[in-house]
Design a protein around this ligand. Sequence first.
Ligand code: TEU
Ligand code: CA
Length: 573
Amino acid sequence: MTLTHEPFGTTEWWRTAVIYQVYPRSFADGNGDGIGDLPGITARLDHLAALGVDAVWLSPFYRSPQKDAGYDVADYRDIDPLFGTLADADAMIARAHDLGLRVIVDLVPNHTSSEHEWFRAALAAGPGSPERDRYLFRDGQGAGGELPPNNWQSVFGGPAWTRIDDGQWYLHLFDSSQPDLDWTNPQVRAEFEDVLRFWLRRGVDGFRVDVAHGLVKAEGLPDWHGTVEMAGSTDPSTTDPGAPEDGQTEASTNGPMFDQDGVHEIYRSWRAVLDEFDPPGERHTRALVAEAWVEPLSRLARYVRDDEMQQAFNFSFLTTLWDAAAYRATITESLRTLDAVGAPATWVLSNHDVVRHPSRLGLPVPGTKTNGIFAHETQPDEALGLRRGRAATLFMLALPGSAYLYQGEELGLPEHTALPDDVREDPAYFRTGHAEAGRDGCRVPLPWAAGEPAFGFSPTGRTWLPQPTSWAPYAADAQAGVPGSTLELYRSALALRREHALGAGGLEWVAGYSDDVVAFRVFPADGGAGVLVLANLGTTAVPLPEGADALLASTDLPGDETLPADVTVWLRA
Ligand code: TEU
Ligand code: CA
């Protein structure tokens, strides 16, 4: 047995929190226009309290032309009319706090919308102006400047530069409607510190920082011959055959536009801003969470040093393939590198940018294909994927640290893999020339009530993306109180996690099981025995320990003292 991680005990809330991601346009529609909104969220927050999560993170609800579903912000201090008003945001935050839920909002500092007043002013003011210096405008190459300033590609496909009428080009790592800011400009730094204070004054408990690894670009914007893409690359057919066998793939995130040392100074200054809001005698009550697709984990750990952010999403865990040895390696490495800087590990399987994990795990090579699935491609096995998805979630929720859930995963929702192409909205689908399906399939409005129009998402039955007709059995009201349903599995797991203080626990690997079994014991700081977790990622059943006392299993156990394939069990240790 190897002790991998000492218990932390319970200190700051974010060290152990289960954080539920709300994607506002698809959570619940209050006014019937087919798009989710803040009143819809507020009305359904009791579902999250009953689920047993500690906090919610909301994807952007700011004023935006919605070219990238709100990750293109035109005004960081206002709510888009699609989602409601500032008063609706205040009411949502107050209701969440009444229910004991903390609130994390999304901050998008790498780029603004092209409709932001700064970008409009930059276009109007012309080359060489201070207005242009808040963004990355450059002259082109070639005799007439007709070639882009460098060879960078957008993460969504196509060139990362767009030329404007007076001949200059501007950089956009994402869509052309998302011009990158120049973070060497002090005005940009001051503006975002002020935006942080604006939301802290409204009572938010933290920020999820979008593209946290992208703000600073290498001096001189040098050419680069690597590839950038959404969610890294986990499809073995497109990865380097010499890539390590631990399930981690060659980083696609190490170019001159990502993970530059200069970003850390920015986060130190933000940490100081958040600290202004700590009540006397308390420390780090507000949290910063890095969305940084950075590998290896030792580079990611730099974002969560004590004077920077509190957490970083663990995308190495999300992209680990369905393989016990790969999971052991990722979990060990995550705990080791994050312990070294005093930060909690985080765990995540799904979000609004990747194919939902039950669908990924139902593919012939389980865990691949993060970037969308078309109807004409190999389809996931829905039942097998759900069985594995539940098993994956159950071992994730036992791990020490903080875990993220993406809305709808508590219902076991699959990806919508049969969306007609003419309803797609993700710019990644368009900018890759339709080569990638993109992210719409994980963003379909939630089913709340099996018998109602739009499965209860909207009072009028309208939905901005169509829901599969097969979703009735996934509706929240069809699962609530039903033993064995995915919703009840999540509720039970979260209740037991709290009861046994698993998030604050230590972890040791347990020997004596087949290599295909992820076997570990998690134990509380107070020295209690804790919980033995066994996840069978192999193809045949394995014997359970003698006298095993099951607290919870991801699928009903057969009762013959075995753990079937693709099932996780929590046993009293
Ligand atoms: O996604 C960030 C993102 O796509 C990159 O981190 C990328 O995967 C990586 O750098 C590739 O190496 C965020 C949001 O989650 C997403 O919804 C937005 O579309 C995007 O930023 C732009 O704001
Ligand atoms: Ca609405």
